[in-house]
Design a protein around this ligand. Structure first.
Ligand SMILES: [Zn+2]
Length: 154
């Protein structure tokens, strides 16, 4: 009894937390769409990427997620040498909900929440309409079959 109650409230708590996540943030579901570098192209520097020269001769490479607007940046070495080990720094868009580990929210939860927001309001009606179409087609098929049988027996 106590276990069931705890499971329900746990699920409700999770749903409440998920509902706080802004639409744009949910669009990424922990996988951001960072600019893709495509060497050999006419304009190889993606539009969501900025390179800002720094006074010390380094550069700040800054990328913006196309979906949620989150920014990540890192510093290069002198003359713009890319430093593999330099950390990325992140700037959250406002209203960003930081997903705390103890929430227990998984990628699947986020996918379900996104699915719910996109399809939740109309998928029930859609299925209803499709079922009605299928039934109408089956009725028509049966009607034609009965008509054919009637013609054969006469
Ligand atoms: Zn993103």
């Amino acid at each position: 009894m106590g276990t069931v109650h705890r499971l329900v409230t746990e699920e409700q708590r999770k749903r409440e937390l998920l509902s706080r996540i802004p639409d744009n943030q949910l669009g990424c579901r922990l996988r951001h769409k960072w600019p893709v570098l495509r060497p050999g192209r006419k304009n190889p520097i993606p539009k969501n990427m900025r390179v800002l020269a720094q006074r010390d001769g380094c550069a700040r490479i800054q990328e913006t997620c196309e979906i949620c607007g989150k920014i990540r940046w890192k510093l290069t070495g002198q003359h713009g040498i890319f430093l593999r080990s330099a950390p990325w720094h992140y700037i959250q868009p406002k209203d960003w909900e930081v997903l705390r580990r103890d929430w227990g929210v998984t990628r699947q939860d986020l996918a379900a929440e996104a699915y719910e927001r996109v399809f939740g309001s109309w998928i029930g009606d859609f299925i209803e309409i499709e079922l009605n179409k299928m039934e109408a087609e089956e009725r028509e098929k049966m009607r034609q079959e009965m008509h054919r049988e009637a013609l054969q027996s006469s």
